[in-house]
Design a protein around this ligand. Structure first.
Ligand SMILES: [Zn+2]
Ligand SMILES: [Zn+2]
Length: 367
């Protein structure tokens, strides 16, 4: 049998996706089989309708063939698919849609819907006007990541209207429609009867107040497009890819509501001298054969500058020396990591006759 999914959800044929979702959540909540007064049959039907209408492509196909369905039942000739065709069959064959009648409900969706539903009923109007969170990236050098730095950012975003100071207007009066509560109860007629639901007052947009004189700069929104300079302290020891969150530095909310947050992703450029793993720094130094065999005193580049290092005699190529506390500041605790210096043999690219002779001498002496 063909079903009118719009009627089942109690929505208009031109209903928006959000209206469909709202209608579904209301009905699914009411008829959920686990609830008192629930109705599994109705719940299944509601879910079936929603599975089709929430999906743009399925909804389009349904709309396209929907009229044929209704006329089709009066005579086999009017139904392009012959008798007995139903949307369930069509969706199964056509585009791998729901399998509602056999497989039960799409619980994933129900969870999502109930989440919205309960969240929605608790959500205050201040939160619904909350400014958007924004995200930006900041490039810093290796040295800046090690020692910390301060950066000035210029962000294009919604800022508080400077004319009304985010108040949206002047001569505020209590909204007559909601008596200042910001919420109104609406009756909705659906296939299954009338439902009362509480929504944000459309007149005052949930603020409870109406301005006699609306601000002409922001049009009563309380926020405008603008730029803001933001100073951000980047702590010593930060790593590539880490994020700094600045609470309330996102876009301004409308209607005097709270601002969103700013998320700053840190990008650290590579160093030609050093590599970093956690709080430790690694570098490699090439030494001559004689330095490794006889030992030497050398200077090692660290993030603090040059540091003396004694190479003992008979040092193997590949040996690692640790310079304690010469690494990166620990981000969330005291102290610093270490610097690991690896010494390797600097094999010459070329030997002259003299050098070759000496090497042969060394070889004869067992070296
Ligand atoms: Zn109101
Ligand atoms: Zn304004």
């Amino acid at each position: 049998m063909s079903k009118d999914y719009y009627k089942i959800l109690g929505v208009d044929k031109n209903a928006s996706q959000s209206d469909i979702k709202k209608a579904f959540s209301k009905l699914a909540h009411k008829y959920h089989p686990d609830k008192k007064g629930g109705n599994e049959e109705k719940f299944k039907e509601i879910n079936e309708a929603y599975q089709v209408l929430k999906d743009k492509e399925k909804r389009q196909k349904y709309d396209q063939f929907g009229s044929d369905f209704s006329s089709g039942f009066s005579g086999a000739g009017a139904n392009p698919f012959g008798g007995g065709f139903s949307w369930q069959d069509f969706s199964r064959q056509g585009f791998g849609g729901f399998n509602n009648s056999e497989a039960g409900f799409d619980f994933g969706d129900i969870g999502d819907i109930f989440g919205d539903f309960f969240g929605g009923s608790r959500r205050s109007s201040r939160q619904s006007h909350k400014g958007r969170d924004i995200q930006t990236e900041v490039d810093i050098s290796f040295e800046e990541s090690v020692f910390g730095t301060e950066k000035h950012l210029r962000l294009n975003k919604k800022i508080v209207c400077d004319k009304c100071n985010g108040k949206c207007g002047s001569n505020s009066q209590t909204c007559k429609k909601c008596n200042g509560s910001g919420r109104v109860t609406v009756q909705q007629q659906t296939f299954f009867g009338n439902f009362a639901s509480v929504t944000i007052c459309p007149d005052c947009d949930g603020t409870g107040n109406i301005f006699k004189d609306t601000c002409n700069k922001c049009g009563g929104a309380g926020s405008i497009n603008g730029t803001e300079e933001i100073k951000v302290k980047i702590p010593a020891g930060i790593s590539d890819g880490q994020t700094i969150r600045l609470s309330g530095k996102g876009e301004s909310g409308s209607k005097g509501s709270v601002s969103g947050d700013l998320y700053i992703i840190i990008r650290v450029s590579k160093s030609s001298k050093f590599e970093r793993k956690g709080d430790d720094i690694f570098s490699t130094i090439k030494l001559k054969y004689s330095q490794l065999i006889k030992g030497d005193k050398i200077l090692v580049d660290t993030i603090d500058g040059e540091v003396k290092l004694k190479i003992p005699e008979l040092t193997s190529s590949g040996k690692v020396f640790i310079l304690k506390g010469k690494g990166v500041s620990k981000l969330n605790s005291r102290g610093r990591g270490d610097h690991h210096v690896k010494v390797i043999l600097d094999v010459p690219k070329y030997l002259n006759k003299d050098q070759k002779k000496l090497i042969e001498e060394l070889e004869k002496r067992g070296l």
